[in-house]
Design a protein around this ligand. Structure first.
Ligand code: E4P
Length: 217
């Protein structure tokens, strides 16, 4: 399972990269705004800084909602750096743009996916990644994990190569449940990755080992 971090915060990206388990980064316009990155030029520069900070795929989202605009912005983003994956919204023009980019060998991430039907369309259009939003479904009392398992089954039935990128991960149990279901990738905040480290028996066991070592030295 690949681990992506879902942030535009360079310090957090570097911290996850330093842990040695990071496979990529996802961003979105809200995450960019949260870091105070505004204006096309600053946003493009920030994508470059992220690519230079991480070994792996960096999803960069288009803002346009029409086919021509998505193609123009997506081509500009893809030309920025080989690590860039063009992130497209799950709307009709987004599906058309996904097909356009996949035909050209440009990698894509179809985002804002909330149903198995949408995921099927993204795979048919040749998406590299499909991003079902687990946490946002859970937020409205809908079983996000069930959606991930439906997509897994559909993709396995037909051998689609589109990778399931479980997005909107909120905590460590989401990560573990997605791993059990067979999600190819998860993207979440730094805490969803570092939280996996924690166990009180590890801490107390280590403290005991160190205390026993100290007795003999
Ligand atoms: C996916 O790529 C999105 O950036 C993200 O996972 C959305 O997460 P949120 O629901 O926590 O905003």
């Amino acid at each position: 399972m690949k681990f992506f971090i879902d942030t535009a915060n360079l310090e957090q990206i570097k911290e996850a990269q330093a842990l040695g388990v990071l496979d990529g980064v996802t961003t979105n316009p809200s995450l960019m705004a949260k870091e105070g990155i505004t204006g096309a030029e600053n946003i493009l520069k920030h994508y470059l800084d992220i690519c230079n900070a991480v070994d792996g795929d960096v999803s960069a989202e288009v803002i346009a909602t029409d086919f021509d605009g998505m193609v123009k912005q997506g081509e500009e983003l893809a030309a920025l750096h080989p690590q860039i994956v063009v992130k497209l919204p799950m709307i009709a023009d987004g599906v058309k743009a996904c097909k356009y980019f996949s035909d050209k060998g440009i990698r894509t991430n179809v985002t804002l996916v909330f149903s198995a039907g949408q995921a099927l369309l993204a795979a048919k259009a040749g998406a590299t990644y499909v991003s079902p939003f687990l946490g946002r479904l859970d937020d409205i009392s809908t079983d996000g994990l069930h959606l991930i398992s439906e997509i897994r089954q559909i993709y396995d039935n037909y051998g689609f190569e589109t990778q399931i990128l479980a997005a909107s991960i909120r905590h460590t149990m989401h990560v573990i449940d997605c791993a059990k279901i067979g999600s190819d990738v998860m993207t979440g905040p730094l805490s969803s990755i570092t939280g996996l480290l924690k166990h009180p028996l590890t801490d107390s066991g280590l403290a005991q080992f160190l205390a026993d070592y100290a007795k003999g030295n």
